[in-house]
Write a protein that binds this ligand. Structure first.
Ligand code: NAD
Ligand code: MG
Length: 387
């Protein structure tokens, strides 16, 4: 049996992963599950999947969770240390699906403990890609992309020689406001931004999809996973979200990956480590669909994308700063202290200040990354008050 743990089990990716495991329960042993606050769901999943250990990030919920699991053999931990405890348990495979930079240390811990890491948490690749890759190669374990575009890139590059690749295209749906003009974006609310036309996802990534911050993170993630330069990564708007990535080769040939807008496809590909199993999942019916649309992203409407490309060009600690500033701006948009368009203004101002103060050098040690994450959040906070 394959021993697995899921970090961020109570979220959208975590639940999709458990759904896949429930199709083939006899093949998997669930070692650990973690969540931030939802103890009812965590306890239910721990009992159903007979987990060895669970951790809840919110320490105040420890005793309630322990009571819910009374009489079961599941061990209970809490707080950041509890999440680290679970991520360090011996397993074959770990899903990293905590949202935000909170996923970085648990993911690294899982790699250090010798597990292959399926990485939905794009923020850890954005903030610390070189460290993630170094630890995975030092420990002889795999770092497997789960993000649909990056899983698609891995699939289209399979069997190809790297030197023959001209560029990669990743698609963006355009999110909740793709038909809005820039002026119509001025007064949109967090509620409006939290509904995605194609994908069912957690609130934060859904809002990031509407602003294209998600795509900016994915451009950086693509650079890290596949060693691409900025000019080798193109973003194309594709409202249907069915083509996820295209590899363009020097001979003019292109290989596209298509799949329904359902994360179970790329999670399954990561879970079965590149084996394609027969699974009860949806398929695309091209004849019924008729048309697929593609367009150029509007960089005036979506300044986030330009910021992402600048991070790819700059390298070093720019990814960690960008992600932290974006998380701070997003928190303030969700709590209605910042407008939707204000998010990109705050991140632009934060990055400009940090670039010109020479704070974003190449000191890619984990301590420097965590320190810069704190600095970028505090600089971003000062700009939230101005925009
Ligand atoms: P979500 O909000 O639905 O779930 C997040 C999970 O992280 C939950 O289990 C939550 O309890 C946990 N969590 C939140 N804050 C935490 C903290 N401080 N400490 C510990 N645990 C914490 O998010 P999601 O949509 O499942 O996304 C998870 C990750 O996967 C994100 O990095 C996202 O960008 C990435 N991703 C998601 C999708 C998708 O379709 N949902 C697609 C591609 C990539
Ligand atoms: Mg994606």
């Amino acid at each position: 049996m394959k021993k697995i743990s899921i970090l961020g089990a109570t979220g959208s990716i975590g639940q999709n992963t458990l759904d896949l495991i429930s199709f083939e329960k006899d093949k998997f042993k669930v070692v650990g599950l973690t969540g931030a606050r939802n103890i009812e769901l965590l306890a239910r999943n721990a009992i159903e999947f007979n987990a060895d250990v669970v951790a809840i990030a919110d320490e105040s919920k420890f005793y309630d969770l322990k009571n819910m699991l009374f009489g079961h053999k599941t061990e209970v931990c809490a707080g950041d240390s509890g999440i680290l405890e679970v991520s360090g348990r011996q397993t074959d495979w770990v899903m990293s699906a905590i949202v935000g930079s909170a996923g970085l240390l648990p993911g690294l811990n899982a790699l250090k403990s010798g597990a292959n890491l399926a990485l939905a948490n794009k923020e850890s690749m954005v903030a610390a890609g070189p460290i993630m890759k170094q630890i995975s190669s030092l420990n002889g374990v795999k770092l497997i992309p789960v993000d649909s575009e990056h899983s698609a890139i891995a699939q289209v590059l399979r069997g190809e020689e790297r030197e023959t690749l001209a560029k990669i295209i990743i698609t963006a749906s355009g999110g909740a406001f793709r038909s809005f003009s820039k002026s119509e974006l001025e007064n949109v609310t967090p509620d409006q931004a939290s509904t995605h036309p194609n994908w069912a996802m957690g609130q934060r990534i859904t809002i990031d999809s509407a602003s294209l911050f998600n795509k900016a993170l994915e451009v950086i993630e693509a650079k890290e996973f596949f060693n691409l330069s900025a000019s080798e990564i193109e973003v194309v708007i594709h409202p249907e979200s069915l083509v996820h990535a295209i590899a363009c080769f020097h001979d003019g040939g292109m290989k596209a990956h298509l799949g329904p807008a359902d994360m179970k496809h790329s999670i399954a590909y990561a879970l079965h480590e590149e084996k394609r199993l027969k699974l009860p999942l949806d398929e695309i019916n091209l004849a019924e669909l008729g048309t697929l649309n593609f367009g150029k992203p509007d960089l005036v409407k979506y300044p986030a994308l330009k910021l992402g490309y600048e991070v790819v060009e700059h390298g070093g600690l720019a990814g960690a700063a960008f992600n932290a500033a974006k998380e701070e701006a997003l928190d303030n948009f969700i709590s209605c202290k910042l407008s939707f368009l204000g998010m990109a203004d705050v991140v632009r101002a934060t990055m400009d200040e940090l670039y010109s103060a020479n704070e974003l050098n190449n000191d890619l040690e984990i301590e420097a990354i965590l320190e810069l994450d704190r600095l970028a959040r505090s600089v971003a906070k000062t700009f939230v008050e101005k925009f």
